[in-house]
Design a protein around this ligand. Structure first.
Ligand SMILES: [Zn+2]
Length: 370
C-alpha cells in the first residue's frame, strides 16, 4: 500500500562524544548494598520466578501490590526517591480495583527536557501458567538495570521512569499517568520509550506510532502525533554501539503497518495521543504471517510454539486448525524456565541489548534527538 521507507540511517563517523561520567554521587544511603550488583537477569528472577520471586503479578490483586513494594524498595536501595501514584479502575461489570504506578526521576543537566522510560509491571495469562517473565518482567528488569547503570552518570536530559500498573486490563496506568500531567509537565516531555516484552521473541525491534491511522485516543485524537524522532534516536544509539546490538525496523506490510510503525496495544498510546513522540522496544517476529497478518503478535518461528508451523509460508500449516500461533505472551510458556529451555541465553542477551542501547541513548540524548 505504501512505498517502502528506509529508516535505517547510519550515524556519521562520530561514535560517541566525550563526556565526563558523573562525579555527583550525593547519596550516602547504605540501605541496600547487595542491589548494586544485580543485573537484569537477577531482577527478572525477583519478579517472575514462581518460588524465588513474586511470580504472576495480576493487576488489582495482592501480587501486583507485592511487585509495587518490590520496585519501591529496589529503587530506594539504588539511591533513588521513587513514589507510588495510586489509581483505581473499573472492569466491564463496574467492579473497582486498586492499582498504582511507580515513578522516579534521575535529574539531567537540562531540567526542561524530560525523557520518559516506561514499562508495565502487571501480568496476564496466570490461568495458563504464565508468570509474566517476558511480558513484562523483561521490560521492568531492563529499566531497573538501566537505572542502576546510569545512577552516577551526568545526563543531558532528565529521565523519568514510570512502571505502569494495570496495563493488561486496558492500559489503565499509562492513561492515568498522562491524565495527571499539567500543561507545563507535558510541555517538557520530549519523548517516551515503552519497554513491553523486550525479550523472548525472535528479533528485537524498535517501533514508532502509526502514522497512517491515528490511535483512537479515547475518542479525541486531535493531539495525536506519530513522530519518529525517538525511534530514530534509539535505533541510531543501538547502531553506534558497533556490535551485534542493532535494533531492527520491521518492513512495511501490505495492508498493514508502514515500516517501523506499530499499533495501539501498549502504554505508548497515551503519550502518542498527547502529541509526544514515542518509541516502543519489542521482541517479536514481523516476518510471520500470523492470525491477523504480519502484526508482531506471533513472536517466534520455533515449531514448539505452533500446532503446525509451515516454513514455506512462514505461518500456520492450516489457519483454521492452528491454536498456538507462535505466541509466548499470556501463555504457559511465559516463564523463565520455559524460555530458557526453548531459547537458551536469548532472554538474557536481548535484555542486555536493550539495556546497552538505552544507556547509550539517554547518555547522549542531546545528540540523538533534534
Ligand atoms: Zn505487555
Amino acid at each position: 500500500m505504501f512505498p517502502e521507507i528506509s529508516t535505517k540511517k547510519l550515524l556519521p563517523g562520530l561514535a560517541c562524544l566525550m563526556l565526563a561520567t558523573g562525579c555527583s554521587n550525593n547519596n550516602d544511603s547504605n540501605d541496600g548494598g547487595s542491589n548494586a550488583n544485580k543485573s537484569a537477569d537477577d531482577y527478572l528472577v525477583d519478579l517472575a520466578h514462581p518460588t524465588k520471586g513474586i511470580g504472576a503479578r495480576v493487576a488489582g490483586t495482592e501480587s501486583e501490590r507485592k511487585a509495587e513494594a518490590y520496585l519501591l524498595a529496589e529503587l530506594k536501595s539504588l539511591g533513588y526517591a521513587p513514589s507510588a501514584q495510586a489509581f483505581t479502575y473499573k472492569d466491564r461489570d463496574n467492579n473497582e480495583f486498586n492499582s498504582s504506578n511507580v515513578i522516579f526521576e534521575k535529574a539531567g543537566s537540562n531540567a526542561d527536557k524530560v525523557l520518559v522510560l516506561g514499562a508495565h509491571y502487571d501480568t496476564a495469562g496466570e490461568d495458563l501458567g504464565s508468570t509474566g517473565a517476558t511480558d513484562n518482567g523483561t521490560g521492568v528488569s531492563t529499566l531497573l538495570d538501566v537505572a542502576k547503570r546510569i545512577k552516577d552518570k551526568t545526563l543531558p536530559y532528565t529521565l523519568r521512569f514510570v512502571f505502569f500498573g494495570a496495563e493488561e486490563k486496558g492500559l489503565h496506568g499509562s492513561n492515568y499517568y498522562v491524565s495527571q500531567l499539567s500543561v507545563d509537565d507535558l510541555s517538557k516531555i520530549v519523548g517516551m520509550v515503552n519497554y513491553d516484552t523486550v525479550a523472548g521473541g525472535d528479533y528485537l525491534y524498535v517501533h514508532s506510532a502509526d502514522s497512517a491511522t491515528p490511535y483512537e485516543c479515547s475518542g479525541d485524537n486531535s493531539s495525536y502525533a506519530a513522530g519518529d524522532t525517538v525511534r530514530k534516536g534509539m535505533l541510531n544509539a543501538s547502531i553506534a554501539l558497533d556490535g551485534d546490538n542493532d535494533f531492527l525496523i520491521h518492513p512495511s506490510v501490505d495492508g498493514g503497518y508502514q515500516a517501523g510503525e506499530t499499533g495501539d496495544w501498549s502504554d505508548h498510546v497515551a503519550f502518542a495521543c498527547r502529541g509526544i513522540p514515542i518509541a516502543y522496544v519489542e521482541a517479536t517476529n514481523f516476518d510471520i504471517d500470523g492470525k491477523y497478518g504480519k502484526d508482531g503478535y506471533s513472536q517466534t518461528v520455533n515449531p514448539q510454539f505452533w500446532t503446525c508451523f509451515d516454513e514455506a509460508t512462514v505461518g500456520a500449516c492450516d489457519k483454521d486448525a492452528e491454536v498456538k500461533w507462535g505466541e509466548i505472551w499470556h501463555t504457559g510458556s511465559d516463564r523463565i524456565d520455559a524460555m530458557e529451555s526453548a531459547f537458551p541465553g536469548r532472554v538474557s542477551s536481548q535484555m542486555e541489548q536493550a539495556v546497552k542501547a538505552t544507556v547509550e541513548f539517554v547518555s547522549f540524548a542531546d545528540y540523538y534527538l533534534p
